[in-house]
Design a protein around this ligand. Sequence first.
Ligand code: 13P
Length: 247
Amino acid sequence: MSKKLIAGNWKMNGSLAANEALVQAMLAGIGQPSAEVALCAPAPYLAQLQALLQGSPIAWGSQDVSSHEQGAYTGEISVAMLKDFGCRYAIVGHSERRQYHGETDEVVATKAQRALSAGITPIVCVGETLAEREANETESVVKRQLAAVIHAVGHCITEIVVAYEPVWAIGTGKTATPEMAQAVHAVLRAQLAAATTNPKRVHILYGGSMNAANAASLLAQPDIDGGLIGGASLKAADFLQIVAAAG
Ligand code: 13P
């Protein structure tokens, strides 16, 4: 496996002033990280990230992208627009978008395909709700979500990043244990292995209350190739400790 990937998802947080302070603190402390690092910001701040991060070890990306190429889709943001602002990544199918914006597996898969077509790496989120876990549906849910993407992108599947984010662990302080996360990551890896001869090329990130204290044990698991970090990506010291744990 290549380097681990630590990506921050700021969600709907930040301001010009707060972002500047946060990013400057990260840049001051990051040195030459052994991991790949990225920050995914609200769309209005992508130009700011481009200005601050150009030439640094930190890449940047969006938290969503339109499934359409261009045209009469009010409020949507196209892959070409993300390219204009230097985005390397686009999160797609985050559970908050599936839940609050009704994104289906098919829509998420089309978004992933659209991102790839522009040379942007989609970070495709999958994960079960608490009710699904309690009903023993974890495996079938994540496999269904990933299958839609495999079906849509075919052999390009090696170009995506997968993020396993159990919905019950997001923003709750409840982290999956390293063993619980690893078990699901192994399922996803096996599914990728059926679709490509190079399943190890795909980063499978864990997300859900990952923080400075629990990152090392999660990242030590054989199929956990990095993290998608919400709350802890809003604090420079915490985020940098997670990056260091991925070294
Ligand atoms: P938290 O790290 O705040 O739990 O959020 C995880 C997440 O949803 C990242 O996309």
